[in-house]
Write a protein that binds this ligand. Structure first.
Ligand code: PEP
Length: 250
């Protein structure tokens, strides 16, 4: 069965609650595309008003992060139950900004992956190399490690539902998109890694996105690649151009 594309916006630390509702209302008519799952991953404080504003549309709501404990004395964190109760379906885990600025490790991300599945949240697990690693020729070794540790202990059924976002760090927010060949090569390598860890059926089912300066001009070529099942989009997700990205196939 063909994999359904998934195109997700990562709003990062942008948009107050009232700005968020305005943006949803602007984008709502532009992002209808039955052939793709469309997800808006928004700041925690925007989740409730965005979920309300998205009602009746094809937009699904995602979070940008989540903690791996159920509840308790973890000041400032957000629990999976809170997300589910607010109408969240997807959660980005292990974004390179979380790894880089907030010290998240592969082991933390693995705990979050388990917790997400316990609550029927679909994780969008990010991985990706730095420019230095690419130049050193260790891109695939590094990403395989991120994927293997991130997925440790998850069943094949869980892995089939997960989404992996391949996001080379040097391409995020830099305006420097990876070439379609570079993106396809790594996404294929990730699928091969999943086949090794699980089996061919799991590798065939899992959705792998590309992220890193995707825009309306680059989306169609990227998403047409055999192993690229959509995108995780930062900057361009805050603009009407996101409608063109979602409708890359029209
Ligand atoms: C991201 O933050 O996940 C991302 C891909 O950002 P941008 O599209 O702005 O590079």
């Amino acid at each position: 069965m063909a994999r359904k594309k998934i195109i997700a916006g990562n709003w990062k630390m942008n948009m107050t609650p009232s700005e968020a509702v305005e943006l949803v209302n602007t984008l709502k008519p532009l992002v209808a595309n039955e052939e793709a799952d469309v997800v808006f991953c928004v700041p925690a404080i925007d989740i409730v008003p965005v979920a309300e504003a998205c009602k009746g549309s094809n937009i699904q709501v995602g979070a940008e992060n989540m903690y791996f404990e159920e509840k308790g004395a973890y000041t400032g964190e957000i629990s999976p139950n809170m997300l589910v109760d607010a109408g969240v379906k997807y959660v980005i885990l292990g974004h390179s900004e979380r790894r880089g600025y907030f010290g998240e490790t592969d082991a933390d991300i693995n705990k979050k992956m388990h917790k997400a599945f316990e609550h029927n949240l679909i994780p969008i697990m990010c991985c990706g190399e730095s420019l230095e690693q690419r130049e050193q020729g260790v891109t695939m070794d590094f990403i395989r490690q991120q994927v293997k540790i991130g997925f440790q202990g998850l069943t094949a059924d869980q892995a089939k539902q997960a989404v992996i976002a391949y996001e080379p760090i040097w391409a995020i927010g830099t305006g420097k998109t990876a070439t379609t060949e570079q993106a396809q090569e790594v996404c294929k390598g990730i699928r091969e890694c999943i086949a090794e860890v699980y089996d061919a059926a799991t590798a065939e089912a899992i959705r792998i996105q590309y992220g890193g300066s995707v825009n309306a001009a680059t989306a169609a070529d990227l998403f047409a690649q055999e192993d690229i099942d959509g995108g995780l989009v930062g900057g361009a997700a805050l603009k009407p151009d996101f409608g063109k990205i979602v409708n890359y196939n029209k």
